[in-house]
Write a protein that binds this ligand. Structure first.
Ligand code: NDP
Length: 274
């Protein structure tokens, strides 16, 4: 019997998730159909509930609905609760929903396994304090870094985020202007790249050993990665690998099989025109 899934968001036409899950399913020999559903900004809750009553065994959730799905789930994983955001929904046998969040695992898997960057004992800067920053923090803190600093344009949001999660690891909020030393890893979790802006990370935070990672992915290097390169960063990565690895974790949660073809899919997506 075909297993049906979809990704919900608004807009959603750009999503690569149907392609990625189709490739996982073919590789694992699972009969699966994965679609896209653009749900309305007004009336999301009703539309989402109706959709999940259809044939779907689960769905992925993307912007701007990750937070809105949290109260609709009867069960919620620890990492989704800490993130206050759900990107993976599993429909349980009784029809109720379980929410999880695989974004953080996706990022950490991409950094540590695909890109071979060690996170333990490293100093990490996260630029941005929105949903994506919150989603990745629990998994980053589990990797036992020496320190994670959050800087955000609206400093109060960084402070709130640090206060909410500081029980789980060495986490602090600092205004960009007060960052006075280098980092081993800088993660751009802002949406600034969409507007070709670069978060105001001081240049002295980067040296030749700094790894720079933009959660945004695109065919061309993002403005943030171009700026990091101009500062002499040691390695530059966009968020395509995170996208594929968070999908692999969702697939595992739904199907109980962990696809082992993520690296090939990342390569295939890089070689494919949009
Ligand atoms: P949010 O809207 O929740 O947060 C946006 C963040 O960016 C806020 O911290 C905001 O600061 C900051 N920001 C926006 N514009 C600027 C700017 N010009 N200069 C400095 N800071 C700015 O978005 P999300 O957290 O949900 O998403 C962030 C990015 O992560 C998106 O680009 C998204 O596509 C990407 N992402 C990638 C994933 C992947 O799989 N690769 C998964 C999830 C997200 P302020 O608080 O001051 O407004």
């Amino acid at each position: 019997m075909t297993h049906h899934y979809c990704v919900v968001g608004n807009p959603i036409a750009h999503s690569k998730s149907p392609l990625i899950h189709g490739l996982f399913a073919a590789h694992c020999g699972i009969d699966l159909e994965y679609g896209r559903a653009e749900l309305p900004l007004d009336g999301f809750r009703e539309a989402f509930t109706r959709l999940l009553q259809e044939q779907y065994r689960g769905c992925n959730v993307t912007a701007p609905f990750k937070g809105e799905v949290v109260p609709l789930c009867r069960q919620i994983s620890d990492r989704a609760r800490l993130a206050q955001a759900v990107n993976t929904v599993i429909r349980l046998p009784d029809g109720s929903l379980r929410g999880d969040n695989t974004d953080g695992v996706g990022l950490v898997t991409d950094l540590s396994r695909n890109l071979q960057h060690r996170l333990q004992d490293k100093r990490i800067l996260i630029a941005g304090a929105g949903g994506a920053a919150r989603g990745i923090l629990p998994s980053l803190l589990e990797s036992r870094p020496a320190q994670v600093v959050i800087s955000n344009r609206t400093h109060a949001r960084a402070e709130q985020l640090a206060a909410a999660l500081s029980a789980y690891g060495p986490l602090a909020a600092r205004p960009y202007t007060e960052l006075d030393s280098r980092f081993d890893l800088i993660i751009n979790a802002t949406s600034a790249s969409f507007g070709s802006d670069v978060p105001p990370v001081p240049g002295h935070c980067i040296d030749g050993d700094t790894v720079c990672y933009d959660l945004v992915y695109s065919d061309e290097p993002t403005a943030f990665l171009r700026w990091c390169e101009s500062r002499g960063a040691g390695a530059l990565h966009d968020g395509l690998g995170m996208l594929v690895e968070q999908a692999a974790e969702s697939f595992y949660l739904w199907e109980g099989v962990r696809p082992d073809n993520s690296a090939a899919i990342i390569q295939q997506l890089r070689n494919t025109a949009p």
